[in-house]
Design a protein around this ligand. Structure first.
Ligand code: HEM
Length: 505
């Protein structure tokens, strides 16, 4: 017992010492013998994005992190637009996802996120053919409208009538989960219903995203040992993997037994391709069902959390900036006028909602749902910032920090100002993707960007026109530690139904 107390005391003392030592060093982590910079990382892991922002501002947009001795952890953290442009576009061929990324994201198998050419090109071609299909946009709008009427509105009305509180992030997560499952597999899990049922595959996705972030932060031999022993976070990872496999494989076998000629979904498209086997890489043909599972899981991750997270932060930012909400109300009233919803002219309506578009971009700048990207060069290279990078190193872009750099966005970079996205002639101001990286840049730019904006605009417009969302006072809203920038404790709100049309202000 005494020994335990002594060890705890020494441990605590070391932590306090390290904490003050870092402060003396102006917030830049010290590279200690043996442990490298790991202590600083562990002490700040609970606020990793703000910590990263603080360091990278002081180190002129680039910072080299050294892990423990022999752990092979050499990381260049960068938010330098010139580096981003170079890596994502100009020298794209030298920066594939690579084997380190594949290991960390092993659950994604041979899906689009985890693959490089020729597999990646195949997925990209398939994704384009689906998303640019002549019926895709109309189908999406129809699905979103139906989900709003059958799922979102009944719950918000109920919450308003009962005067209770609800977690808006949870609602949006359910909304996008139902939509993406319908689009991918023509299967609606109906997670957005008044009983708020538990949704194991959605929870499994949350767990995976959290654990994958930890895999980035600890030396590979540690998480690999935990995986081998099947303990701790890695045990949770394995369980989540099994839940998702069960869910996706059962959707695949249901799809096999369907015989509808009318609708098209991603699963059906890939299945039809399987039969033809045209242009598919060799590896894929070995196990078609596993390949379908990988494909679906990747799209599920891509399309669920990103959009729901963005919507949650959007309403959070509005609760802090009521003047923006008033302006949005005015725009909606002007553009939508007597129109009830987006069933007709959805494309035209969406394009006209410039201030809404600007507010969503501003949300994505401050709270990018995909919070960081990792790359490794195949061959040693010199970046525009002058840093030499080699295949042993990882390069990490932190998108949260990137949106909060004065040298990139100006002195007011911490403010929520949709106006910065609007040009003098009232149109959306284009910002290059290597500066506004929320949807990635270069050949691997997000293929679902239009789909995401369509969904977000319809949901945001409907909620703003019909309800007043009020944040519950004193409820802590902070980012979670995950590869997706969710809110750790969600976003608790009260809802008041607006009687009549769009009364704001
Ligand atoms: C606000 C919503 C969204 C944001 C912020 C977003 C952001 C991103 C980012 C940052 C990447 C690059 C990830 C990486 O390579 O590590 C990406 C890729 C991708 N996104 Fe999105 N996304 C959104 C919505 C969607 C939706 C709705 C879909 C629906 C299908 C989608 C499909 C994809 C796909 C398939 C890729 C992989 C592209 C490739 O590797 O070539 N995304 N997205």
């Amino acid at each position: 017992m005494e020994f335990f107390i002594e060890i705890s005391f020494i441990f605590l003392f070391s932590l306090v010492f390290l904490y003050y030592y870092f402060h003396e060093k102006n917030g830049i982590p010290t590279n200690w013998p043996i442990v490298g910079m790991l202590p600083a990382l562990f002490l700040n892991i609970h606020k990793i994005n703000d910590y990263f922002t603080e360091i990278i501002e002081k180190t002129n947009l680039n910072f080299v992190f050294e892990g423990p001795w022999l752990a092979n952890m050499h990381i260049l953290g960068t938010v330098d637009p010139a580096n981003v442009h170079y890596i994502m576009s100009k020298n794209f061929g030298n920066y594939p996802k690579g084997s380190k990324f594949n290991e960390i994201f092993d659950v994604l198998g041979d899906g689009i996120f985890n693959s490089d050419s020729p597999m990646w090109e195949y997925h990209r071609k398939m994704a384009h053919s689906f998303l640019s299909h002549s019926n895709f946009h109309e189908n999406l709008v129809k699905n979103v409208q139906e989900k709003i009427e059958s799922g979102l509105k009944p719950i918000l009305n109920h919450v308003s009538n009962q005067g209770i509180e609800i977690d808006l992030q949870d609602l949006f997560g359910r909304f996008t989960f139902d939509i993406i499952c319908t689009i991918l597999m023509d299967f609606d899990p109906r997670s957005l219903s008044i009983e708020l049922p538990s949704v194991p595959p959605a929870k499994a996705l949350d767990d995976l995203e959290e654990i994958i972030l930890y895999r980035h932060a600890i030396p590979p031999f540690i998480w690999k040992s935990l995986r081998w022993l099947n303990i701790g976070q890695e045990r949770k990872h394995k369980q989540a993997w099994i839940i998702l496999d069960d869910f996706i494989y059962s959707c695949i076998s249901n799809q096999n037994s369907k015989n509808d000629e009318m609708d098209i979904d991603v699963l059906k498209l890939y299945m039809e391709e399987n039969e033809k086997n045209y242009g598919a890489p060799e590896k894929k043909r070995d196990d078609d069902t596993k390949f379908l599972r990988d494909t679906i899981l990747n799209f599920l991750i891509a399309g669920r959390d990103t959009t729901s997270t963005a919507l949650s932060w959007f309403f959070y930012l509005l609760s802090k900036n009521p003047h923006v909400e008033i302006k949005l109300g005015e725009e909606l009233e002007k553009i939508m006028n007597q129109t009830q919803d987006f069933s007709n002219n959805s494309r035209e309506l969406c394009n006209k909602l410039v201030y809404l578009h600007a507010s969503l971009c501003e949300t994505l700048r401050l709270y990018p749902p995909v919070v960081f990207e990792a790359k490794s060069p195949v061959e040693t290279d010199i970046l525009p910032s002058g840093h030499t990078v080699n295949p042993n190193m990882q390069i990490i872009f932190n998108l949260y920090a990137m949106g909060r750099m004065k040298s990139i966005w100006g002195e007011d970079c911490w403010e929520f100002k949709p106006e910065r996205w609007i040009s003098e002639n009232g149109k959306i101001r284009h910002e290059p993707s290597y500066k506004f990286l929320a949807f990635n840049a270069g050949p691997r730019t997000c293929v679902g960007k239009d789909m995401a904006f369509t969904q977000m605009k319809i949901v945001a417009a409907t909620v703003l026109r019909n309800y007043r969302i009020e944040a519950v006072e004193g409820y802590e809203v902070i980012p979670d530690i995950s590869i997706i920038l969710r809110m750790k404790y969600g976003f608790k709100v009260k809802v008041n139904r607006i009687q009549g049309m769009a009364k704001h202000g």
